[in-house]
Design a binder for this molecule. Structure first.
Ligand code: A3P
Length: 306
């Protein structure tokens, strides 16, 4: 566990309590133990119509779109966006950990208009978000890059169970036995929701291909306009290179015992197609067959490379 003695007693407890615990199922969805507990009170959320939800399956560009949104909300003021780490500026709805305020508590103390982040599948969303017709931005990323990114994240973020070998992890991902459950179900449920609720459904690959076009889509969805030079500034400031070196977006403010960037940085590669460096030919064939079964007829198309 390395340098635990550098942290006050409460942090030591926090790290121990969270270290590689098994997942806990809520309505069939596996979640981190404390996040599972947090879902018990999430229905207490009082959503406001001017809230904005950022939703993703993990490792799909949550931090990226969150930073874009905070910049939009701050009119492109880079200094204002350095006021706190991204996980404080955009509270994490289902976050819970001993000794620190829960996502819900942070959110209750956040002035409107609020941004909030979640990875929850639609079935676990607080009803109030739906009733209040709260706008939501969903980012989806191709499953192979998500699986790879998640594998590295499991290694570095020790709140997750031990990922085991890559082959083992990939199988768990395909079986929906990783934190937040099935990627296939998640992207499809959110796609369905976008037909009846104000959800802007974005793709990580589109954001990589043409970030300015996607920022403009977000502005349109928010019915907000910004001068061209501010839009350019937002695009520049939210490039992978900029966000990787920015302590307010790269998660280096989290204690090393919780997230160890020496194992794998949070801002790892930020590319499309890294899966090709890790999938074996056999794994790729197995994955493609399974993918075809799971995604048949859903109307969603992902790009594995551009
Ligand atoms: P990789 O592990 O493939 O590098 P999330 O924020 O949902 O946890 O997603 C993290 C993934 O998004 C990581 O992917 C991370 O590097 C990537 N990412 C974060 N900021 C990015 C940016 N500005 N541009 C491109 N990718 C980014």
């Amino acid at each position: 566990m390395g340098e635990m003695e550098d942290f006050p007693d409460s942090s030591v407890e926090l790290v121990k309590d969270n270290f590689r615990q098994p997942l806990k199922y809520v309505k069939g969805v596996p979640l981190l133990k404390y996040f599972a507990e947090a879902t018990e009170t999430l229905q207490d959320l009082q959503a406001y119509p001017d809230d904005l939800v950022v939703s993703t399956y993990p490792k799909s560009g949550t931090t990226w779109v969150s930073e874009i949104l905070d910049l939009i909300y701050q009119g492109g003021d880079l200094e204002k966006c350095r006021r706190a780490p991204i996980y404080i500026r955009v509270p994490f709805l289902e976050f819970k950990s001993p000794g620190v305020p829960s996502g819900l508590e942070v959110l209750e103390n956040t002035p409107a208009p609020r941004l909030l982040k979640t990875h929850l599948p639609v079935s676990l969303l607080p009803q109030s978000l739906l009733d209040q017709k709260v706008k939501m931005i969903y980012v989806a990323r191709n499953a192979k890059d998500v699986a790879v990114s998640y594998y590295y994240f499991y290694h570095m973020a020790k709140v997750h169970p031990d990922p085991g070998t890559w082959d083992n992890f990939l199988q768990q991902f395909m079986d929906g036995k990783v934190s937040y459950g099935s990627w296939y179900q998640h992207v499809q449920e959110w796609w369905e929701l976008s037909h009846s609720h104000p959800v802007l459904y974005l793709f990580y690959e589109d954001m990589k291909e043409n970030p300015k076009r996607e920022v403009k889509k977000i502005l349109e969805f928010l019915e907000c306009s910004l001068p061209e030079d501010i839009v350019d500034r937002i695009v520049k400031h939210t490039s992978f290179k900029e966000m990787k070196k920015n302590p307010m977006t790269n998660y280096t403010t989290i204690p090393t015992d919780v997230m160890d960037h020496n194992v794998s940085p949070f801002m790892r590669k930020g590319i499309i197609g890294d899966w090709k460096n890790i999938f074996t030919v056999a794994q790729n064939e197995r994955f493609d067959d399974h993918y075809a079964e799971k995604m048949v007829g859903c109307g969603l198309t992902f790009r594995w490379q551009i």
